[in-house]
Design a protein around this ligand. Structure first.
Ligand SMILES: [Zn+2]
Ligand SMILES: [Zn+2]
Length: 114
């Protein structure tokens, strides 16, 4: 499932950082390459899975942390949002990710976020 977590990248494990990063590219690719892309992305926005206005900034924040951890990044993004669709709830996402992933949970606990 597509999900823009929006959580401070330092609180996320490598796997979830990489996953969210590629999902940001997928959303942009879907908008650009599919005739029905807008509908697909609207669907994600309606489920509060993404906020299109944050895609570029979020991508860049994720990349900054991935590079800090030694991952190479060769997929620059140049997306200017005109849709302004969707909203994400970061507090809720923190709780959900903590339930789903032990490594993310440990990072959050260590940082006294949960
Ligand atoms: Zn990228
Ligand atoms: Zn994780």
């Amino acid at each position: 499932m597509t999900r823009m977590w929006g959580i401070n990248p330092k609180l996320m494990c490598d796997q979830h950082l990489l996953g969210e990063h590629s999902e940001m590219h997928q959303e942009v690719g879907t908008l650009r390459n599919h005739a029905h892309g807008r509908k697909v992305v609207e669907g994600h926005a309606e489920e509060n899975q993404i906020d299109t206005s944050l895609i570029q900034e979020r991508h860049d924040d994720l990349v900054e942390e991935l590079e800090r951890r030694g991952f190479e990044h060769d997929s620059p993004m140049d997306y200017r949002d005109k849709l302004d669709l969707g909203e994400i709830n970061i507090e809720k996402n923190i709780k959900e990710l903590a339930e789903r992933c032990e490594e993310c949970r440990e990072r959050m606990t260590d940082s006294n976020v949960i």
